[in-house]
Design a protein around this ligand. Structure first.
Ligand code: GLY
Length: 367
């Protein structure tokens, strides 16, 4: 009875369909997106980095001349309650109402936090995402997950609530440094692994040190389409959306460990290392082909290097995994693969398998 009630809680909601535009003309796309959201006041949220590097690209757009600015501190370290409170305060101080509109211009940190601020201010105002990093384009800004880090845990507090429109303009990618490019690319690798051989092989053939931006634009469109298909089928992550967590059960634990130890790790790097671990578990438990696992490891090692830890940290990594949002009844939940595109959600592993996986990671990644 109780389980039935919980299931129906989600079934009775329908998530608004998100409009995702691969833009050829940013000003036109943005004007259209703003016109679709009648508003009394317009706000634009940036962090200190996107305020100096990305705002100048759009600052002369006529549709933005009325916008009031809210600026937060950059990087994932500031995706916290303090920054969120700052956005709420500024929205209030600058006269925001329930009919106001917020534009988030930035990477995943800005779109996640801004999306959450918009979803909760006065019980929710409309927002538009303009992701400026590859990570935000192919993952964070699309699909309606919003939130902040809390208590040392990634994305611990948040809600599902999609942006009215997400505008993707790959022009922003030309100013991205290599590590931010690689970070976003890890989510594209994940989308390739959960889709099909053709996408996966195309991704493995791409040279991240000599980027062909035209090709990347097409690959971004494919990657986002994969994510959109999954989200449309299961917006609230009751089933198949868990496919998008491939690499993340371990990835988030490594990211949280790095955060605790004051080491800087970009999200996509942690996901890439998480993929190494979870492909090993896939080979062990669901028959993922070992040659394909090795291909993936080779690519990841070449472009992402290694995150080092010792066996003394296994218990801590395990403990961090127990906080994963997918877990139920104390079991650590993994998304694994039987093959490229053959998704196996709701897999579990014993502590012994997980420690064996960490041994494998350290051996194969040379740490
Ligand atoms: N980042 C995974 C998801 O949006 O579900």
């Amino acid at each position: 009875m109780f389980i039935f009630a919980i299931r129906n809680k989600f079934e009775s909601f329908v998530m608004k369909k998100q409009n995702v535009i691969i833009s050829q003309n940013l000003e036109e796309s943005l004007k259209k997106a703003i016109d679709q959201c009648p508003h009394d006041r317009l706000f634009i949220l940036t962090d200190e980095t996107t305020q100096t590097q990305c705002w100048p690209i759009i600052s002369n757009f006529a549709c933005l001349q009325e916008a009031q600015h809210i600026i937060i501190r950059p990087t994932d370290d500031h995706k916290d309650l303090e920054s969120l409170a700052h956005v709420w305060s500024e929205l209030g101080r600058l006269g925001g109402t329930r009919h106001s509109l917020l534009i988030n211009l930035g990477g995943g940190m800005v779109t996640d936090l801004g999306g959450f601020a918009a979803s909760t201010f006065k019980r929710g105002i409309a927002y538009i995402n303009i992701p400026t990093t590859l990570l935000a384009m192919v993952d964070a800004s699309v699909g309606g997950k919003t939130g902040i880090n809390f208590n040392g845990l990634k994305n611990e507090i948040g809600v599902f609530n999609p942006a009215s429109t997400v505008i993707l303009d790959t022009e922003f990618l030309k100013t991205l440094d290599r590590s931010n490019l690689c970070s976003g690319y890890a989510e594209m690798l994940k989308h390739g692994l959960i889709s099909n051989e053709e996408n996966w092989n195309e991704l493995l053939a791409f040279d991240l040190d000599h980027v062909d931006y035209e090709k990347l634009q097409d690959m971004v469109a494919t990657s986002v389409a994969i994510k959109e298909r999954v989200v449309e089928e299961d917006p609230f992550e009751q089933g198949i959306r868990k496919a998008l967590n491939l690499g993340h059960t371990v990835g988030h634990a490594l990211e949280s460990l790095a955060m605790k130890e004051g080491r800087t790790v970009l999200h996509g790097y942690a996901v890439a290392w998480g993929l190494v671990c979870e492909l090993y578990l896939s080979a062990l438990k669901t028959g993922f082909p070992k040659d394909k696992m090795r291909q993936a490891i080779y690519y990841i090692k070449e472009y992402y290097g290694t995150f080092t830890f010792t066996c003394k940290e296994y218990d801590q990594i395990y403990e961090l995994m127990t906080h994963d949002k997918k877990n139920t009844s104390g079991c650590i939940n993994f998304t694994l693969l039987g093959q490229v595109g053959d998704i196996r959600i709701n897999q579990t592993a014993e502590k012994e398998d997980i420690f064996q996986m960490l041994d494998f990671y350290r051996e194969v990644m040379g740490c």
